[in-house]
Design a protein around this ligand. Structure first.
Ligand code: HEM
Length: 309
């Protein structure tokens, strides 16, 4: 079926798929907090007047996470890893970037993501998703396939520090003359990309990502370079399942340094809603329906967990 999916439908499908864990996120439930700063480059300032690219160090509160709503998920499980950033700009404005480590998203429209959640609802008899329903979902949603192929063919990272993270959505960067440039961005790890080997995946304990990040940050800043990908006329601005052609120009616009990590109940990322539509002057959202559905669903998840539901 086509049509708008309300946040109430979306979160209720998420709760049916993953269960309800009171006070916690309905998705990306397992994660860790971190702190650091971001330094922008003049190259960024030529596309966006955001204070991000002033060259001053901008304080950042971060959260790293596993996709999905299972708090007992294993860190070696295949699937999505997230990096959510809240930049505290001078004067009190906030900029969010809420990214995953997959370069293509599995839904052109909120309906596809909703249909996936419906297909993942555990069968009462087996307590597992019904494989026939999952297959029917996959067969009927071509926009899901690129992301599924990517997550199945890539082992997860050995550390959050060894993964890139992608905006997926396109945003408008606005310069000082209000000239707009359509961009996507990603953060590339200076520590390099390092997936677990198959043997490491089998032997890995359930929980290692948090301690690995704490240990790594204790040795010195963990850096990611931020790159823009510049859109060309005709590149879609409203479909995170649709990659742009490979030849699009990339521009390095800054570096994120994570200096400290901690458990999510010991840091200040817990009560933040990393809504990806929180943008400050110089960056603007498009009418991407997936981005809009995210914002609505995050608000509901946030309201529930803050009130102990
Ligand atoms: C329609 C599609 C999507 C829906 C309905 C959805 C829903 C959600 C919800 C409900 C949360 C928990 C929010 C909270 O309680 O604070 C969440 C977290 C998250 N989502 Fe999404 N999401 C979608 C797509 C995406 C995409 C495309 C990305 C990446 C580009 C993404 C990355 C993340 C990350 C990194 C988190 C964890 C944020 C944190 O650490 O607090 N999601 N999502």
């Amino acid at each position: 079926a086509e049509g708008n999916v309300s946040p109430v439908q979306m979160i209720s499908a998420m709760e049916d798929a993953f269960g309800v864990h009171p006070g916690q996120r309905r998705n990306h439930i397992k994660g860790s907090c971190a702190l650091g700063s971001f330094k922008g480059l003049a190259a960024g300032a030529s596309y966006s007047r955001s204070a991000l690219f002033s060259g001053q160090a901008i304080p950042v509160v971060a959260r790293f996470s596993l996709g999905g709503g299972n708090p007992a998920a294993k860190d070696a499980d295949k699937g999505v890893r997230g990096m959510a950033l809240e930049f505290k700009l001078p004067g009190g404005a906030l900029q969010h970037m809420t990214m995953i480590n997959v370069p293509v998203f599995g839904a052109a429209k909120p309906q596809t993501f909703y249909d996936l959640l419906l297909a993942l609802k555990p069968d009462p008899d087996t307590q597992r998703p019904d494989p026939a329903k999952v297959k029917a979902f996959v067969d009927s949603h071509p926009d899901f396939q690129a992301m599924a192929a990517f997550t199945q063919s890539h082992n997860p990272p050995a550390s959050y520090a060894n993964s890139p993270y992608y905006s997926l959505h396109a945003f408008q960067f606005l310069d000082k003359d209000n000239q707009a440039t359509l961009v996507r961005w990603h953060f590339s790890p200076q520590d390099g990309e390092k997936p677990l080997t198959d043997a490491e995946r089998e032997q890995a304990p359930a929980n290692f990502l948090e301690q690995a990040l704490i240990d790594r940050a204790a040795k010195g800043p963990v850096n990611w370079d931020m790159y823009l990908t510049l859109g060309q006329p005709g590149d879609p601005d409203n479909d995170p399942s649709h990659p742009w052609p490979q030849d699009r120009q990339q521009v390095k616009v800054g570096t994120l340094s994570i200096t400290q990590a901690m458990a999510q109940d010991q840091g200040n990322c817990g009560p933040i809603n990393f809504d990806p539509m929180v943008v400050a002057d110089g960056i603007a959202v498009t009418d991407d329906p997936v981005l809009r559905a995210r914002s609505a669903a995050y608000a509901l998840s946030f309201g529930k967990r803050l009130s102990g539901q």
